[in-house]
Design a protein around this ligand. Structure first.
Ligand SMILES: NC(=O)c1ccc[n+]([C@@H]2O[C@H](COP(=O)([O-])OP(=O)(O)OC[C@H]3O[C@@H](n4cnc5c(N)ncnc54)[C@H](OP(=O)(O)O)[C@@H]3O)[C@@H](O)[C@H]2O)c1
Length: 335
């Protein structure tokens, strides 16, 4: 099968299109013919070994100390089940599925345990749109629901509201009944408003953490604010939730626990079938839309990495593993 592979960490040109063995499903695994995948922030960070701050060593231990442990990138996938191991009970050939594997999506086939993060695709949704959901949607869901613990009526500030995680955080916090203020550049304001933000702040003209504003949650997806800045606008019971953190934030989190006042909460997101199912239900009930910025063919994944690494993307960047993939319902084309 055709796949993108990389055997060392480095710039986008370490990625190349290659012919590799098609994987075979084990007893409890399904074989998936991938129609669409993505290039996410996780993909370029793993390829470049760009794990922030003190996460560098744990990142290298997880992803491969001297060279990448998993040579095929692509954390997200959407496709069709074409084979099953003898003990598989949950899926059958022909099922349209999507999921998060953490690697292996930028290939014509992948195998996945039936109990891992894989679920049927939302009704009417195409492969591209489904592949646009897992990385950003799962992070946003876990951070809004479990880490920030958003409840109806809360005021939530999302920094980086047009990005891969941010555009889903805006929608999910809005669906949970929060009043959302999104921060992005002026060009992205209509997109962010259209996905549920009551207000939008252009960070090139205004400082979202200027005193006088009040929020229950400051969710920073781009590393745009320090805890000191977030505290200026957080209510006493509020929480600063940065997606990127270093040693300083870990210390500040402990100190804030001891001294009281706004919290700094650091965490990493999960990837479960139950949470994917929740995203799927949100799509089916019209509360969540996939957002697609650009689509690249498989052979141009290195170029897609360069684009995503610039950190200007709007929603997800998709890889058409099968040429001419369909997009279907519940999706916004951001460009
Ligand atoms: N802790 C975890 O478990 C976890 C999970 C997922 C992701 N992450 C991390 O979270 C980060 C977010 O990932 P992502 O994929 O959402 O990022 P991304 O897609 O690269 O973010 C791009 C967006 O950020 C906006 N932006 C850039 N500078 C900004 C600023 N100063 N203020 C406001 N918006 C700004 C851009 O909008 P404009 O073009 O309008 O500027 C663009 O739409 C990554 O570093 C990732 O590694 C952590």
């Amino acid at each position: 099968m055709k796949a993108i592979v990389f055997t060392r960490y480095g710039p986008p040109d370490v990625l190349r299109l290659a012919e590799v063995d098609t994987p075979r499903p084990g007893a409890t695994e399904v074989l998936i013919k991938v129609h669409a995948s993505s290039v996410s922030t996780a993909d370029w960070r793993i390829r470049a070994s760009a794990f922030p701050g003190i996460l560098w060593l744990p990142g290298r231990l997880m992803m491969g100390l001297f060279r990448p442990r998993n040579p095929i990138p692509g954390v997200d996938f959407a496709g069709e089940v074409t084979g099953t191991g003898e003990a598989v009970t949950r899926f059958a050939p022909g099922d349209r599925v999507f999921g998060f594997k953490g690697h292996g999506g930028n290939a014509e086939y992948l195998v996945m345990d039936q109990d891992a993060a894989i679920v049927p695709m939302p009704e009417g949704m195409g492969y591209r749109a489904a592949a646009a959901l897992p990385f950003g949607g799962l992070s946003a869901l876990v951070f809004m629901r479990d880490i920030a613990r958003v409840t109806p009526g809360m005021e939530v500030l999302v920094l980086g509201a047009s990005g891969g995680v941010g555009i889903y955080a805006v929608q999910i916090a809005h669906a949970m009944g929060a009043k959302v203020t999104g921060v992005c550049s002026a060009a992205n304001a209509p997109l962010v408003r259209d996905h549920g933000a009551a207000e939008v702040i252009d960070y090139q003209k205004d400082d979202a953490t200027r005193p006088g504003r009040f929020f229950d949650v400051v969710f920073d997806t781009v590393g745009a604010a320090t805890f000191a800045q977030a505290r200026r606008v957080l209510r006493r019971s509020g929480a600063f939730v940065p997606l990127n953190f270093k040693g300083r934030e870990m210390v500040q989190s402990l100190v804030a626990k001891l001294t009281g006042g706004p919290r700094l909460v650091i965490a990493v997101s999960g990837d479960t079938a139950a949470d994917l199912q929740e995203l799927s239900q949100m799509v089916n009930t019209g509360r969540l839309r996939a957002v697609i910025d650009r689509t690249y063919p498989l052979a141009r994944v290195p170029e897609a990495h360069g684009y995503v690494q610039m950190r200007r993307r709007r929603g997800a960047v998709i890889v058409d593993v099968i040429a001419g993939g369909d997009t279907g319902a519940s999706v916004t084309a951001a460009r």
